[in-house]
Design a protein around this ligand. Structure first.
Ligand code: GDP
Ligand code: MG
Length: 195
């Protein structure tokens, strides 16, 4: 595979759609030199969201660990806030909140292609916790949410976009969300100049 053929999945979450940020998000990806090769607004079912997010304990624990790191940083007590300091139990709670969040309104799903697409899109999206995300990133420019407040309200962090974390995760998500005929190819005018 040529390096500029790498693909990743981006989903504008319900807060991004309801805040009118679809165009802004697509625009940031396009301006950077990434190509949108599939795009659709749809409403997901609970079963679809359950199938989208990984189910393995390593992933669930890692999500719980993000909460623990955030609590440590700000001096919050996980046991007192959530009744547990076990990353697996916290991750399981977050995963259930995610299903509610991701089915609370329409989503916009995209396949994005380009040089190091997975890493580039993660960089453009920014840190999972918007309060910790750098300025200039989607999450850093448009949100200030984080685990402390989201957990207190028993909901997922509202961070505008989902982006695949590895090429393997991207491959699974492309197959999960898109039929082959929904993915297109074309040449962008500036390709010959940019790379
Ligand atoms: P991402 O790849 O940056 O989106 O982050 P993860 O894959 O770790 O988590 C998936 C999604 O779960 C995030 O985008 C958030 O919406 C939500 N989330 C992750 N960690 C937490 C957390 O500690 N607390 C809450 N309430 N939500 C979280
Ligand atoms: Mg993730």
């Amino acid at each position: 595979m040529h390096p500029k053929e790498e693909k990743t999945v981006v989903i504008v979450k319900p807060d991004g759609v309801k805040r009118g940020l679809v165009g802004e998000i697509v625009s940031r990806l396009e301006k950077r030199g990434l190509k949108i090769i599939a795009l659709e607004m749809f409403t997901a079912t609970k079963e679809q969201i359950d199938g989208h997010y990984p189910k393995d304990e390593a992933w669930i624990s890692r999500v719980g660990s993000k909460t623990l790191a955030n609590y440590e940083k700000y001096g919050w007590d996980a046991q007192k806030e959530l009744g547990t300091a076990d990353p697996l139990k916290i991750g399981t709670m977050v995963r259930a909140w995610l299903v509610g969040y991701m089915t609370s309104g329409p989503l916009v799903k995209m396949v994005v292609k380009g040089v190091h697409a997975v890493d580039m899109v993660r960089k453009i999206a920014g840190n999972t916790m918007p309060a910790a995300a750098e300025m200039g990133t989607i999450r850093g420019d448009f949100s200030v949410d984080d685990a402390t407040i989201a957990n207190r309200d028993k909901r997922a962090i509202h961070n505008l976009v989902h982006a695949s974390e590895t090429p393997e995760e991207a491959q699974h998500e492309i197959e999960f969300w898109f039929a082959p005929e929904e993915i297109h190819d074309y040449k962008r005018a500036e390709e010959d100049i940019m790379f």
